[in-house]
Design a protein. Structure first.
Lengths: 315, 385
């Protein structure tokens, strides 16, 4: 039983249920939008979790990659007449390429230095977006062209609920495959001990770079969905605060847990709406929840719950 | 026979039901107005006075019996100035809370992000954002109460023209506000015969603008400097202007129109000129000024209730709320579409920002007369005209 529960198919089943059941029950586009946002940020957090939870590297600039994906989708068709699908692909590929070029040198840094370097990268990207007023519309943001598939315009929250839910599902399948591949095992070895991994012949720099590029691609894809869902984007999609939000989702949900990223995203997304009525104390309650998670569930929500559940079953 | 009687009875009941329901709705109904404000985050200096103002005046209106016999229920969400969050909350206001109108957002980016939501829903929005793009091009349901940033430039250039100054230098931030001022100034300059001889920008997080100001100071023939900034950078620019020894007139803009800017700038603020809403110098206005009564009343109420000096930002919220309430009174209903039509017909409404005359081509309705040239003397605001 516990083997079945912890198997990869259980996680996939769970996600499929979480996407499909509310999707069929909810008919307000407000709820569907909140759901779509959770899937979109859950997807970005999933990518970041591959980097943080498996390769053990921190990135405080991941919103920058969200920004690249989002703005490529908006800028290339509007100003350069690109086909929107080509623009989406270019945004994702561009984010991967930038991560590859920048990742080489900065992933040689360790600990705080790595965090600061990624922080700087994120801030640089968001500064470029704010300052290139001619192309990006600056801080007021710009409109994103609507996606058309076979003459059908995808613009409602309902469309994007199902699309981002589907994208999330595929992202989880891909992440699971990566983790169970030799690359994934190498990454986990790196996380536990870089020295030990090195003695086993694992090229630390190369595997860290792979994880960094993959996580950047995840972030860029989520940026593309984010831009198309909103129809109007502003530079705060790439802001430092957004990066911190992603890291928070990963840490609260559980580092090194596929479902953790989604649970973290859901918790932050739902709390924001639940606490909206009491916005005077919103920050206070959010802080208390985070402290409680950090004190009582030090590994994050999902790993702690799994352990509780399975240790009882075993005894 | 009984069958027929029964039928008549029941159909009467069915007919009477809506009437009864309408009656109860009228007697105990409330009208829901939504507000999206940046109460926290980088734009909190806008959202905070706006929130206080709205709460204060809704309470006052309700104490007087509300609007059209219905009490106003204000639903405020804090968007933190984030465009995506604002959009989520806008949909929540529209679909869950079913508000009849939305006040806010505090800034321009989020306003642009939710214009489509209110257009689709057919609900009027009165924004407190500064940028002219909010109402140009016009959107059917979108209005705004603050002066456009371009008007600040026009007021400054008008003042320069009076003083026969024609060569100006610009220093603006790369944030939304600075950008809007910069574009407005460049577009408005030719109309007033002003030539922009220097155009410098800085990032909002910069801590020193002396290089840019030295550049401007050394531009041949420069006769005035205009700054487009708010918050901390505005105080830094003001101080730097004194430090590099600029001798030509220095103009700030309506974005610094709060007491905290004077406090941060200290002595450097003395003698700086800026266009601002009348509410800032309410007690110094001439008695004949039609705005004096409104501005003074708002100032007294706000300062008494909060114990804090007024800024012009809370005034935008006051204007928005009152324009909306008066439109609802004229429409004699809270039907969003009819209220929208009445907002568009706002004529001669005296607010804190000026006298509003909206038309189907102008969803702001303010002209240059709304601005007063003010300066700082002895740490306090003073009329400069």
């Amino acid at each position: 039983m516990s083997r079945l529960l912890s198997s990869r198919y259980a996680a996939l089943m769970f996600v499929a249920l979480v996407v499909i059941v509310p999707g069929l029950m909810l008919n307000s586009s407000f709820y569907l939008r909140v759901g779509a946002l959770i899937f979109i940020f859950g997807f970005a957090a999933l990518g970041l979790n591959l980097l943080m939870g498996y390769a053990g590297q921190v990135s405080l600039g991941h919103a920058g990659f969200i920004g690249i994906g989002a703005y490529a989708t908006a800028v290339l068709p509007t100003h350069f007449g690109w086909n929107i699908f080509a623009a989406m692909a270019a945004g994702v590929a561009g984010a991967g390429l930038i991560a590859y070029i920048v990742g080489g040198p900065i992933l040689r840094l360790k600990g705080h230095y790595l965090a600061v370097a990624t922080l700087a990268l994120g801030i640089l990207i968001s500064m470029v977006i704010s300052n290139e007023v001619k192309y990006t519309g600056g801080p007021d943001g710009m409109a994103v062209p609507r996606l058309e598939v076979f003459g059908f315009r995808l613009r409602t929250a309902q469309h994007w609920y199902w699309i981002s839910g589907g994208v999330l599902f595929l992202g989880i399948v891909a992440a699971q495959n990566l983790i169970e591949s030799p690359t994934g095992r190498a990454l986990r070895a790196l996380h536990d001990s870089e020295v030990a991994a090195g003695t086993l012949g694992i090229d630390a720099a190369r595997y860290k770079l792979i994880a960094f590029v993959v996580s950047a691609v995840y972030a860029a894809i989520s940026g593309v969905c984010f831009a198309l869902l909103n129809g109007h984007i502003t530079p705060d999609s790439a802001s430092f605060l957004r990066s911190v939000e992603l890291v928070t989702m990963v840490v609260i949900g559980g580092m090194g847990s596929i479902l953790g990223a989604l649970v973290g995203a859901a918790l932050l997304g739902l709390l924001e709406q639940l606490l909206a009525q009491f916005h005077e104390v919103e920050t206070l309650i959010l802080g208390l929840v985070m402290m409680a998670v950090m004190i009582f569930m030090r590994d994050g929500i999902v790993p702690t719950l799994q352990r509780l559940l399975f240790s009882r079953r075993a005894s | 026979m009984t069958g027929v009687r029964c039928f008549v009875k029941s159909s009467l009941a069915v007919l009477a039901l809506p009437v009864l329901m309408a009656g109860t709705a009228l007697a105990q109904g409330t009208v829901k107005i939504g507000a999206l404000l940046a109460v926290t985050g980088p734009a909190a200096f806008l959202g905070e006075p706006e929130e206080k103002t709205l709460k204060m005046y809704v309470e006052e209106l309700n104490a007087k019996g509300g609007v059209n016999g219905q009490k106003i229920e204000l639903v405020i969400y804090d968007d933190g100035g984030d465009a995506s969050k604002t959009r989520t909350f806008a949909q929540r206001l529209v679909e869950e809370d079913k508000v009849v109108a939305i006040l806010g957002p505090s800034t321009s980016g989020p306003t642009m992000a939710i214009s489509q939501v209110v257009e689709d829903a057919g609900i009027p929005l009165i924004s407190f954002g500064g940028a002219a793009v909010i109402v140009q091009p016009m959107k059917k349901f979108v209005f705004k109460t603050p002066h456009s940033d371009r008007m600040a430039c026009e007021k400054v250039f008008e003042d320069m023209k009076k003083k026969k100054l024609t060569k100006a230098g610009l220093i603006t931030g790369t944030d939304a506000f600075g950008k809007s001022i910069r574009e407005g100034c460049i577009a408005a300059a030719p109309t007033y015969g002003v030539e922009i001889v220097g155009d410098e920008t800085y990032n909002p997080t910069d801590k020193d603008m002396t290089p840019q100001l030295t550049n401007l100071k050394n531009k041949a023939g420069i006769q005035a400097i205009m700054s487009g900034s708010f918050g901390a950078p505005a105080a830094i620019v003001t101080k730097n202007v004194k430090q590099v020894g600029v001798t030509v007139p220095f103009y700030q803009n309506h974005g610094v129109a709060s007491k905290s800017w004077i406090d941060l700038s200290g002595d450097a603020a003395e003698g700086v000129l800026l266009p601002a809403a009348a509410v800032l110098v309410a007690d110094k206005l001439a008695d004949s000024d039609p705005q004096k009564k409104v501005a003074l009343a708002y100032k007294t109420t706000y300062e008494k209730a909060t114990g804090k000096p007024i800024s012009t930002f809370g005034g935008h919220a006051y204007d928005g709320l009152m324009i909306l309430v008066e439109a609802m009174q004229r429409a004699k209903t809270s039907d969003p579409k009819k209220v929208r039509d009445e907002i568009e017909k706002t004529k001669g409404f005296i607010g804190t920002a000026g006298i509003f005359n909206m038309t189907d081509k102008d969803h702001m309705g303010l002209d240059l007369a709304a601005f007063k040239m003010v300066t700082v003397k002895g740490g306090n605001w003073q009329l400069a005209e």
